[in-house]
Design a protein around this ligand. Structure first.
Ligand SMILES: N[C@@H](CCC(=O)N[C@@H](CS)C(=O)NCC(=O)O)C(=O)O
Length: 286
């Protein structure tokens, strides 16, 4: 069996290494993660945004140890271990949650703070906005993320498949961008950084890996070459620049050359990861 996945280093580098080191002491809230994993980065960003005290434990999720499977039978990172107090406050119990979207929403609710990442109010407009955010969070997970891996795993010989995959990714990105607040601030909701931004940020930060590995790259047209899409791609760039500069995103980012090494197995289509296998078989991602 190929070792392209199991041989990956289990240590973050760069800024993410410092952030992981700051959160290495034992704590009841534990994030089991892997530095290269974009699903983990979503949760990491929320922990950083809300300055939630926690312990970060970097593991290689392709080694399915019995201890890890006991926590998460799906055998995937991110996995979150937590404790909750009993109703009389005398006791506490150990719990586990997984799935990046569930974890981000859980942390946003459990640690409300001053800046909720999903609109929280009960007024009809807020309830609608919350549902709209969930719709576009779902779009990222069910449309953009699969399209990202499809293009990255595309075989160089299959020009038609590559063109098709590229079109799929570009049109899914454009649909999301059209939904972004047109003015008032760079984020999906304009002034307020929120969960739609969090959902998309890790893959936006990894798009350059497609440019690095695949001829023709992602294919976002340059300024002046966008015809009627000038405004959309301009909005995308404004969003991306803001994401790229966001502290929580920077703090959870490792050295670029490490991503180049870690994503070669996708670009060569040799990965046995669950995401990679599902992409190869045209199935829903895990
Ligand atoms: N739907 C899951 C996907 C998580 C996922 O696929 N994580 C990868 C790492 S990036 C993993 O743990 N892979 C282990 C494997 O493929 O065996 C989520 O949103 O949390």
């Amino acid at each position: 069996m190929s070792e392209v996945d199991t041989s990956l280093p289990t240590q973050a580098t760069g800024a993410a290494a410092s952030f992981a080191a700051l959160h290495s002491n034992p704590h009841p809230l534990k994030l089991y993660g892997a530095w290269f994993c974009p699903f983990v980065q979503r949760v990491w960003i929320v922990l950083a945004e809300k300055q939630i005290p926690h312990q970060y434990i970097d593991i290689n999720p392709y080694h399915k140890s019995p201890e890890f499977l006991a926590l998460n039978p799906r055998g995937l990172v991110p996995t979150l271990a937590l404790t909750i107090p009993s109703s009389d406050g005398k006791d506490e119990s150990q719990k586990v949650l997984y799935e990046s979207t569930v974890l981000c929403e859980y942390l946003d609710e459990a640690y409300p703070g001053e800046n909720p990442l999903l609109p929280k109010g009960d007024a009809p407009e807020e309830v609608y906005e919350r549902a709209r955010c969930r719709l576009w969070m779902d779009h990222v997970g069910s449309r953009i993320v699969p399209a990202f891996y499809r293009l990255l795993q595309c075989n160089g010989g299959d020009e038609e498949g590559m063109e098709d995959a590229r079109k799929g990714l570009l049109s899914a990105l454009k649909l999301l961008t059209k939904e972004m607040a047109p003015d008032g601030g760079p984020w999906f909701l304009g002034q307020r950084f929120g969960l739609v931004d969090v959902m998309m940020a890790p893959w936006a930060k990894r798009l350059w890996l497609i440019d690095h590995y695949k001829e023709g790259g992602v294919g976002i047209p340059g300024k002046g070459e966008r015809g009627e899409d000038e405004e959309i791609w301009g909005r995308w760039e404004r969003w991306f620049e803001a994401i790229d500069g966001r502290r929580s995103v920077r703090d959870t980012w490792s050295d670029e050359e490490e991503y180049v090494k870690a994503y070669k197995r996708y670009a060569d289509d040799t990965t046995q990861s669950e995401v990679g296998q599902a992409t190869r078989k045209g199935r829903m991602l895990p």
